[in-house]
Write a protein that binds this ligand. Structure first.
Ligand SMILES: *Cc1c(COP(=O)(O)O)cnc(C)c1O
Length: 367
């Protein structure tokens, strides 16, 4: 029986071995490992890709979001509106900066933050809205941006799952004041380790993030502000340059796989498929279905050697990390229900047509 693993990360190295090995040798032989030519080149290339003026490479996705908040002077006593339904890193970045995450429920169809519920969550202390493009699908940025403008709030994108996605034709990463990206190995654009980036069109903000990632220093041993150490290293930048050149091709393959799933799985009763608004061009970081008896579906697919995962089984407000807030079960019912029903099925650009067909056949057997 042919197995369909949830993800097949080593396929990237198999495809790009020569280029990645050459990038490795180039950096090793250069004798320059931090803040050098590879990073500068990657930053220029990724900014161009995201249609922004600036890109700043940082240590990981959490740091990207954290440093944006710091650069915007958001911290103690401030509130930031964030989706209730997201990966916990979105919340942790806000807490890390000393501010308070204020959760808002998702739209029941797109699973992204519901813009019509944002205003009710705004207080005197609100400083920003953090929109998350969950599963690779852009949030409704025009609606969110309109509220941010009206209340004079900053708008931050958590684009960690959506490299290359478009909203009304524009790339995510260019839709707010600044965006945070992650290059964790399993993301659509992944490093061979940790990595992250901030994109923005704001020169002052870019300059501040650049200072913050490097001890608050522009000139060696001159520390203008209290900074951090969060830099994307030369080796990762060199690897990312190789992979960035493949990103559109890889995302196109994901779209093809998603089209196959959407076309065929629609026949399965009580299975909820992802909905794509007409303004969205998602990049399918994950393909997430909903099913009331998830456990049964999980088990059946596993018997057919089809790997699945749950993103995410515990919403941030019910996790130990936020137990101090004492959120009760039922505080965010849509988010909580999603956490009980969502199931991510195999989705990657290296899936063969045969593997896609096996996943589909397995569903047909179950239903
Ligand atoms: C992965 C991810 C992050 C964090 O990125 P790291 O590089 O792991 O720190 C933040 N937000 C979302 C939505 C993510 O999926």
């Amino acid at each position: 029986m042919i197995e369909v693993p949830f993800i097949n990360i080593d396929a990237q190295y198999a495809e790009l071995k020569e280029e990645l090995d050459a990038a490795y040798r180039r950096v090793m032989e250069s004798g320059w490992y931090i803040l050098g030519k590879e990073l500068a080149a990657f930053e220029a290339e990724f900014a161009a890709y995201c249609q922004t003026k600036y890109c700043i490479g940082v240590g990981n996705g959490l740091e990207a979001l954290h440093l944006i908040l710091r650069a915007l002077d958001i911290g103690n006593g401030d509130e930031v509106i964030v989706p209730a339904n997201t990966y916990i890193a979105s919340w942790l970045a806000i807490s890390y900066a000393g501010a308070t995450p204020v959760p808002v429920e998702p739209d029941e169809h797109t699973y992204n933050i519901n813009p019509s519920l944002i205003e009710a969550a705004i207080t005197e202390r609100t400083k920003a809205i953090m929109a998350v493009h969950l599963y690779g699908q852009p949030a409704d940025m025009d609606a969110i941006s309109e509220i941010a403008t009206r209340y004079n709030l900053k708008l931050i994108e958590d684009a960690a799952q959506s490299h290359g996605a478009r909203y009304k034709g524009r790339r995510v990463g260019s839709l707010g004041d600044a965006a945070g990206f992650s290059f964790y190995p399993t993301k659509n654009l992944g490093a061979i380790g940790d990595g992250g980036a901030v994109t923005t069109n704001n020169a002052d903000l870019a300059d501040k993030v650049r200072l913050l990632r490097n001890y608050g220093s522009r000139i060696k041993y001159e520390n203008e502000i209290q900074g951090f150490n969060s830099r994307l290293d030369e080796l990762q930048a060199a690897f990312l340059r190789v992979k960035l050149s493949k990103l559109d091709q890889w995302n196109t393959r994901r779209v093809k796989v998603a089209e196959q799933y959407l076309k065929t799985l629609v026949q399965c009763p009580n299975l909820t498929l992802p909905i794509v608004p007409d303004w969205a061009e998602p990049v399918w970081h994950l393909f997430v279905v909903r099913y009331p008896q998830r456990k049964i579906l999980e088990q059946h697919l596993s018997q057919c050697s089809v790997g699945t995962l749950v993103h995410y089984p515990i919403p941030p407000h019910l996790s130990g990390a936020y137990s101090v807030n004492n959120w009760q079960r039922g505080s965010f019912p849509i988010t909580e229900q999603l956490s009980q029903e969502v199931l991510s099925i195999p989705m990657s650009f290296h899936m063969t047509d045969e593997q896609v067909q096996i996943v589909i056949n397995s569903f047909m057997e179950v239903f």
